[in-house]
Design a protein around this ligand. Structure first.
Ligand code: UD1
Ligand code: UDP
Length: 383
């Protein structure tokens, strides 16, 4: 049996690793799986583990309020080292571009463990944007033995960096596997829908009493937007809300104090802005479906939205996900207040533009990524 150590620590990594864990669990005779969460996130990670019914074997519990990158890196490396030495895995899997991914991959690299990088090859080629994610992703790819690229474009990025093509496998993005699981639950079960509406209401937004309002869903958390970027974003939201009393803006606010502070300071008293706690994954997908469009700086949401037919305005200047922009569902709008307002107003009023953004094909796969990833790992080990 091959020993696989799966390491992740934040909300999006958990969502995208969950389908792979489920797929490995179908192959128990071939693999022994150990799930290690770093705990880079706490409450937001638990929310996802609960939805997918995943119980970690190891929790490094590293989260501190307002943690900095050096804390996260050094704590993960020193604590994960002990676990890797104890378990001695044949392969470690890490995901994406977080500090968890990079610190874990580096730990594995120093201990001579083979590394598989899920969601490899995304690039902006600008180390400052997204920061520090672009560096995390480039370095993780450099020291990985297996690269699971979601698209041909991400594969090409890796080849340009002289990564051996035999190590690169184009498998789509497991975010779609997770999304299909979520939409299947959310759309086919009245009890689940009622519970979801109840959770959203408990968190501060009543879908039933606001059903005639158009809804804009907002999320934001990027480190490079801290400070002026967040102030600009909040001022834009305030203007859009006051220009459009028939629109509700619903904003599940990331738990990072550097996000919470400006958001609550600028937006807490705006009548048609609803600041709520981060939602569980299923309620969030449900709310995406009820929204007119989404305003975000998130990566994962850009990948999910095309499947739901929801336009996404991205409050960033760069994107490592050009496929979604080319497909037409996603548009970069930067972080200047006036530009965000102009782009939102345009989408609210220009029906042709809205429809052209709505009708795009999802470039991130068909929901079979986890299966393909496990197949590749089987042939890597010749089992
Ligand atoms: C991290 C990732 C980012 C990813 C994002 C997904 C890095 C450097 N950043 O950013 O790439 O897009 O996750 O959301 O890896 N907090 C809680 N409870 C939680 C989670 C966070 O209280 O469950 C608070 C803590 O005060 C924590 C702070 O948020 O210190 C920041 O969390 P951190 O993981 O450092 O950064 P994110 O902005 O979440
Ligand atoms: N998400 C969630 N609850 C929320 C906001 C987002 O479950 O309140 C999900 C969303 O569906 C997506 C993922 O979290 O799959 C995106 O995470 P985030 O924006 O934190 O990180 P990023 O994708 O930017 O790394």
């Amino acid at each position: 049996m091959k020993k696989i150590l799966i390491v992740f620590g934040t909300r999006p990594e958990a969502i995208k690793m969950a389908p792979i864990i489920k797929e490995f669990q179908k192959n128990t005779g071939l693999f022994e799986i150990r799930i290690c969460v770093t705990g880079q996130h706490k409450e937001m990670l638990l929310q996802v583990l609960k939805v997918f019914d995943i119980v970690p074997d190891i929790d490094l519990k590293i989260m501190k309020p307002n943690q900095d990158l050096i804390d996260i890196n050094s704590l993960i490396m020193s604590k994960l080292k002990v676990e890797v030495l104890k378990y001695n895995p044949d392969l470690m899997l890490v995901h994406g571009d977080t500090t968890t991914a990079f610190a874990s991959a580096l730990t594995g690299f120093y201990l001579n463990v083979k590394i598989g990088h899920i969601e490899a090859g995304l690039r902006t080629f600008n180390l400052k944007s997204p920061w520090p994610e672009e560096m995390n992703r480039q370095f993780t790819d450099k020291i990985s033995d297996l690269h699971f690229a979601p698209t041909l474009q991400s594969k090409e990025n890796l080849i340009k960096e002289s990564i051996k093509s035999e190590s690169i496998h184009t498998v789509g993005n497991t975010v779609i596997d997770a999304l299909l699981f979520a939409t299947d639950k959310v759309n086919n079960n009245n009890t689940i829908q009622n519970n979801i509406e109840l959770q959203i209401e408990t968190f501060g937004y009543s879908l039933s009493s606001r059903k005639n309002q158009k809804k804009i869903l907002v999320t934001g958390h990027r480190r490079e937007n801290f400070g002026d970027g967040f102030k600009n974003i909040c001022e834009a939201i305030k203007k859009i809300a006051s220009n459009n009393p028939d629109v509700d803006i619903i904003y599940p606010v990331h738990l990072n104090p550097k996000v919470q502070e400006p958001v609550y300071k600028i937006l807490a008293d705006v009548e048609n802005v609803f600041l709520i706690k981060p939602l569980d994954y299923l309620p969030f997908i449900y709310l995406m479906q009820q929204s007119y469009f989404i305003l975000t700086d998130s990566g994962g949401i850009q990948e999910e939205a095309p499947s739901l037919g929801k336009p996404v305005l991205v409050m960033r200047d760069t994107s490592e996900r050009p496929e979604a922009i080319e497909a037409g569902t996603v548009k970069l709008v930067g972080t200047c207040t006036d530009n965000i307002v102009i782009e939102c107003e345009e989408l609210l009023t220009n029906c042709d533009k809205y429809l052209s953004m709505q009708n795009a094909k999802n470039p991130y796969g068909d929901g079979k990524s986890a299966f393909e990833i496990v197949q590749v790992i089987k042939s890597y080990f010749k089992i």
